[in-house]
Design a protein around this ligand. Structure first.
Ligand SMILES: NC(=O)c1ccc[n+]([C@@H]2O[C@H](COP(=O)([O-])OP(=O)(O)OC[C@H]3O[C@@H](n4cnc5c(N)ncnc54)[C@H](O)[C@@H]3O)[C@@H](O)[C@H]2O)c1
Length: 319
């Protein structure tokens, strides 16, 4: 799949979308960014010289509108906008349906429907509690245990079907836990924020040692996405994007505490639910096989631990 010289990024003011936007501008591409600033921040947007090739479209992707014409003028759409809270589905079962599935359908109307390529931010949550670790892309049956995972799986289905019906190309990227600059949610961000406020104790959701998951730095993630697009041979390619290592929440807390130069921090575990999950929809263990992406010449430069370490430094300087 050719990314092309003009790309759209939905969720351009958010964590991953803003990093992609800066990267594509630095590569000399033109970027049309779409965001409604629900969780995104204006401070993540390009400024200075790069901003000349950037067009911001302030719009809600769940509502069809003029933004779709601007997206339709791009070669490839990197669709990152979504409702980000994995645990929100239990309280509001409609939110991910609207934000993720309806939003994705509207993005597809502007991109794949017109034969343009789409790259989608899917998630490891589509696998649910997989019985095979590390989990390859071909694992099934897919039984998400959370509403967000269900919505991501629904989006994947729509992308595959739109690409088939309208002769477009798609790349579905199933992300592990992503960390890095501009992050404003997630466990690493949460720990850094809490410890900056009170370095004596840390409240941790769940039960010691917590869930065990793979973390990837956003720079490695973006390299993986670009390599995956370049190496795609199917009309719709599916890639896991993660690292070969996993980190428990307890280990993550130790890394954050160490990197912040703290000691004697008291860990206060909330207990979680269901014998150790942080919340009902939380997967206990996630490890993705990234062999498919490696076969396209990509390798994560940072391990799970190194990615978290670097992120603590990046977030510290941003806070
Ligand atoms: N961060 C992770 O660890 C992770 C892991 C797996 C998958 N993902 C997926 O990657 C994508 C990006 O995640 P992120 O961590 O950067 O989240 P984020 O919340 O930082 O960014 C999402 C962006 O989308 C925007 N947005 C949300 N709803 C919108 C709407 N209706 N219309 C227009 N803009 C809207 C938000 O304002 C925000 O700028 C999401 O699809 C997420 O599900 C993230």
């Amino acid at each position: 799949m050719e990314i092309g010289s003009k790309v759209a990024v939905t969720g351009c003011a958010g964590f991953i979308g803003s990093n992609l936007t800066h990267r594509f501008l630095a590569e000399g591409r033109e970027v049309v960014g779409v965001d409604n600033f629900f969780t995104g921040s204006r401070k993540n947007l390009p400024s200075g010289g790069d901003a000349a090739s950037f067009t911001l479209v302030e719009a809600d992707i769940t509502v069809e509108g003029k933004w779709q014409e601007l997206v339709a003028g791009c070669d490839t759409t990197f669709h990152m906008a979504a409702y980000p809270e994995a645990g929100a589905g239990e309280k509001d079962t409609a939110i991910h349906l609207k934000q993720n599935v309806i939003g994705t359908r509207n993005v597809l109307e502007a991109s794949a429907r017109r034969g343009k390529s789409i790259v989608f931010a899917s998630s490891s949550t589509v696998y649910g509690e997989a019985k095979v670790m590390p989990t390859p892309e071909g694992y099934g049956p897919l039984k998400p245990i959370g509403i967000m995972g269900a919505s991501k799986l629904g989006c994947e289905g729509y992308i595959a079907a739109y690409c088939h019906v309208f002769n477009a190309e798609g790349a579905i990227m199933r992300f592990a836990n992503v960390v890095g600059r501009h992050e404003a949610h997630g466990v690493t961000y949460d720990f850094v924020r809490k410890l900056k406020k009170d370095p004596s104790k840390l409240e941790i959701i769940g039960r010691d040692p917590g869930t065990v998951k793979s973390y990837i730095h956003v720079d490695d993630l973006m390299d993986g996405m670009v390599a995956g697009c370049a190496g795609a041979s199917e009309r719709v390619e599916i890639y896991n994007v993660g690292t070969d290592q996993t980190t428990s929440v307890h280990e993550l807390a130790d890394i954050v505490v160490g990197e912040l130069g703290l000691d004697k921090v008291e860990y206060v575990w909330t207990g979680g639910v269901d014998g150790g999950r942080g919340w009902k929809e939380d997967v206990r263990r996630m490890a993705l096989s990234v062999e498919h992406l490696k076969s396209k010449g990509w390798n994560a430069k940072l391990s799970s631990t190194e990615a978290i370490r670097k992120t603590v430094r990046e977030l510290s300087s941003e806070m």
